[in-house]
Design a protein around this ligand. Structure first.
Ligand SMILES: C[S@@+](CC[C@H](N)C(=O)[O-])C[C@H]1O[C@@H](n2cnc3c(N)ncnc32)[C@H](O)[C@@H]1O
Length: 246
């Protein structure tokens, strides 16, 4: 009887105490109400994720001054591509990099991956127009690059990773797609350098990239600092199994 009275009082005094929802499972992401307007308000390991650059800005990716601003020739030289390699250009956009890499891997191919079907359409149209045989496109999702397992020698993301809505899940899936000893290359605008004229959430520090790769089958091989605005941060697939995020 006493128990019944107690329960009835709990409902009157504080219904939420009685009907409290089960706690949410731990998330590796954090939502914040106060955030940068260029970000989505979702944070991973203290970093705010940026909005995805829409296909309407595809022309900006092809701007003539890009070579001077980003020295894409030097970037591609730094990759040391070999003729037989399979390279995934994840977040390929309009294919600016894919079309520069394809002639350097005549016995291999480029897998140009993007979540926007409009970007994929742009690449397909250019591939057809230029009769290019070794670029294949893949329409991916926010969590899955849809790359076949154990199939690629190198994954490159140029100004892309900071836009991933699910960075942990994407890297986990990309690790599965890499062959043993394969490399994952992050080209990001340098967050350490206030002189780089790019919005804050579209830049990343080397330290943050390394922090975010903890818990994946990757080891940091080198960071190349030859570009005017970006760093090239290279990881190699390691031998250990996939762990949980740390
Ligand atoms: C700033 S653009 C860079 C395009 C290209 N890498 C370049 O440098 O010219 C970023 C691209 O990443 C793509 N992207 C964002 N999140 C993605 C995801 N989870 N998977 C695949 N592509 C993604 C966007 O759709 C966009 O085309």
């Amino acid at each position: 009887m006493l128990v019944k009275i107690f329960l009835a009082m709990m409902v009157i005094v504080s219904p939420s105490l009685v009907f409290a929802q089960a706690p949410k499972p731990d998330s590796i992401y954090e939502e914040r109400k106060v955030h940068d307007p260029n970000g989505i308000g979702k944070f991973f390991k203290g970093r705010e994720i940026a909005h995805v650059m829409g296909y309407q800005a595809a022309g900006w990716l092809e701007r003539p001054e890009r070579e001077k601003e980003e020295n894409t020739t030097k970037l591609i030289e730094s990759l040391k591509l070999q003729p037989h390699m399979v390279v995934a250009d994840v977040g390929a956009g309009s294919g600016y990099l894919s079309f520069r890499m394809a002639p350097l891997i005549p016995k291999g191919k480029v897998l140009a991956v993007d979540i926007q079907k409009e970007m994929i359409k742009i690449i397909n149209a250019k591939t057809k127009q230029r009769s290019i045989q070794n670029i294949e496109t893949i329409l991916s999702t926010e969590k899955d690059p849809k790359l076949p397992e154990n199939s690629v020698d190198m994954i490159i993301m140029v100004d892309v990773y900071h836009e991933f809505a699910f960075p942990f899940e994407m890297v986990q899936a990309m690790c599965k797609a890499l062959r043993k000893g394969g490399s994952m290359v992050f080209v990001e605008f340098r967050g350490e350098d206030p002189e780089v004229p790019i919005k804050l959430v579209h830049k990343m520090t080397e330290k943050q990239v390394i922090l975010e790769m903890k818990g994946h089958d990757l080891k940091h091989r080198e960071t190349i600092g030859v570009l005017p605005w970006q760093h090239i941060i290279i990881f190699e697939k390691s031998e250990t199994g996939t762990e949980k995020p740390k």
